[in-house]
Design a protein around this ligand. Structure first.
Ligand code: SF4
Length: 271
């Protein structure tokens, strides 16, 4: 364990932890859009800037890439940092004018409008909410191993979508991209037996049907992926059940096993 000082408060940190993680654990709210704990930090959005007043990298730097080390001392809200954050918020308000999370941050920092030209795209599949942080692309490729989406175009015309804006069979419909998106830009909809990834060229993924109650509950390719990679030990009898029926079936199985003496009874509580 090491100790760092954040805004004058001594905080315990584990070796290799980043300053942003330590600060958030201590209840110090440093804003960040591109931070996702399942992915390596890459300091793209620049919102999590802090000022190192004592340590190896003095000056202003991103706290999501700053490793905690003994004696490190940082400030999270100096006038300079606040000024930089306000300028960034203005840029993001222009880039993604419909993103509620950015508007909320603007209110927190008293930013009422942007000096930059607002980018409003008609029928934008990402609802004028994408800040191009790239978390969706990274989680899809690096974590889910699907690589169904990527950057398209360059400079101010850069956007994210499926190759050639066509439906993409590589998409499992898992929704991980939507889950990590910091601005709620990715739209998907379950229509009876199909999940439609509205933001990803309307890619359609069939939904699996529960063998017990008949409810459509999860995309078929994703259930296969989950069974093979995440939970290879899952019992065949439970594979085709929705979570509710799976839980009921597991409880029933436990009752039977108890009755048959396979699971020993709970020990009597001592008075
Ligand atoms: S829903 Fe499709 S695009 Fe999104 S992370 Fe899953 S596989 Fe990738």
């Amino acid at each position: 364990m090491t100790q760092v000082i954040i805004d004058g408060k001594p905080c315990a940190a584990e070796e290799g932890e980043t300053l942003l993680v330590v600060a958030r654990r201590e209840g110090i709210d440093i804003p960040a859009f591109c931070f996702e704990e399942s992915l390596a930090s890459y300091g793209a959005c620049r919102m999590c800037l802090v000022e190192v007043v004592k340590g190896a990298r003095p000056g202003i730097t991103t706290s999501c890439t700053l490793q905690a080390a003994d004696g490190l001392e940082v400030l999270t809200e100096t006038p300079e940092i606040t000024g930089l954050r306000k300028a960034l918020i203005e840029l993001y308000l222009a880039q993604a004018p419909r993103a509620e999370s950015i508007k909320a941050l603007a209110r927190r920092y008293g930013v009422e409008k942007t000096r930059f030209a607002r980018k409003v795209v008609k029928e934008d599949p990402l609802q004028n909410r994408c800040i191009l942080c790239g978390l969706c692309v990274r989680v899809c490729g690096e974590i889910m191993g699907a690589g169904a989406i990527n950057y398209i175009g360059r400079g101010q015309f850069t956007e994210i979508n499926t190759p050639f804006y066509e439906e993409n069979e590589a998409c499992m419909g898992c929704g991980a991209c939507a889950e990590v998106c910091p601005t709620g830009a990715i739209a998907l909809e379950d229509r009876t037996d199909t999940r439609v990834m509205k933001s990803w060229s309307e890619t359609k993924v069939p939904l699996a049907r529960c063998a017990a109650c008949g409810t459509f509950f999860a995309p078929v390719p994703f259930t296969r992926y989950a069974h093979e990679k995440l939970d290879p030990g899952i019992l065949d009898a439970l594979k085709d059940l929705c979570p509710a029926c799976r839980s009921k079936a597991a409880a029933r199985k436990a009752i039977l096993l108890k009755k048959e003496g396979v699971i020993p009874p709970e020990p009597e509580l001592q008075a």
